[in-house]
Design a protein around this ligand. Structure first.
Ligand code: 5RP
Length: 242
């Protein structure tokens, strides 16, 4: 296995150690989340009771095929812990997600979770956001107007395609991959994009995680986000304060 894959797997396995019996979990999407689902599946098979809200059809299928009970968001009012991957993250825990096109569901699940852990190989840590395009989920209706409004902000934007076909999210929408020029304030531009009619969500996550776990060549490194420290983690009806 190539080094980057090993790092993803190490991070995912370390994150799986945060899973506890009777938890309702949020399962992310992508190649790092894949290893988490395998590990959570092993734990479920060994008897751990886990219920999962999934962030994409691919994750739902994978989870089901690995003994994890999948529920709809409507079936719970609480997600104890969401674990997901990330495309880029800076030292302030500002991140970009959506490389796999699941950003809208990922944001909904993260916003509902008591604790959010992002797992990654070390290439995802960056000094500043911007090398990876910002995924923006837009409604197909009026997409050219929406794209033009983003271009008017001074950004570059490209409609995402896959194997020569226009890419559609699990929600039936399109993705614009947006490049925000270095001289602009990234967070502010992302928030402005969010306000454009036709934009459903962006892949900019402003300090939304409680901790990150980075797979390294030696093992793993965990960093706690001080802005979300002290969040309540409810496990099986008991409230534990970190
Ligand atoms: C999907 C995502 C993924 O979490 C992100 O793209 C990271 O993926 P990977 O773990 O494959 O690098 O946001 O929408």
């Amino acid at each position: 296995m190539e080094e980057k894959e090993k790092q993803k797997q190490r991070a995912a396995e370390a994150a799986a150690r945060h899973l506890q019996d009777d938890m309702t979990i949020g399962l992310g999407t992508g190649s790092t989340a894949y290893y988490l689902i395998l590990e959570a599946g092993r734990m479920a098979k060994a008897g751990m009771r886990l219920k999962a809200v999934t962030t994409s059809k691919a994750t739902e299928e994978l989870a089901r095929s690995h003994h994890i009970s999948v529920i709809l968001p409507e079936e719970t009012d609480c997600v104890d812990l969401a674990i997901d991957g990330v495309d880029e993250i800076d030292r302030e825990f500002r991140a970009v997600k959506g490389g796999g096109g699941a950003l809208l569901r990922e944001k909904i699940v993260a916003s509902k979770a008591k604790e959010v852990i992002w797992i990654m190989d070390e290439s995802k840590l960056v000094e500043r956001l911007g090398a990876f395009p910002l995924a923006v989920e837009i409604l197909p209706f009026g997409y050219a107007w929406t794209a033009n409004a983003i271009l008017d902000l001074g950004c570059a934007a490209k409609i995402r395609s896959q194997e020569g076909q226009q890419f559609h999210t699990d929600n039936g929408n399109q993705i614009l991959d947006v490049t925000i020029p270095k001289e602009l304030d990234y967070g502010r531009v992302a928030e402005t994009i969010k306000g454009i009619p036709g934009v459903l969500e962006t892949g900019y996550f402003d300090r939304a995680c409680s901790r990150i776990i980075i797979g390294t060549s030696q093992g793993t490194e965990e960093r706690v986000n001080p802005a979300r420290k002290g969040s309540l983690l409810r496990i099986g009806g008991i409230i534990n304060e970190e």
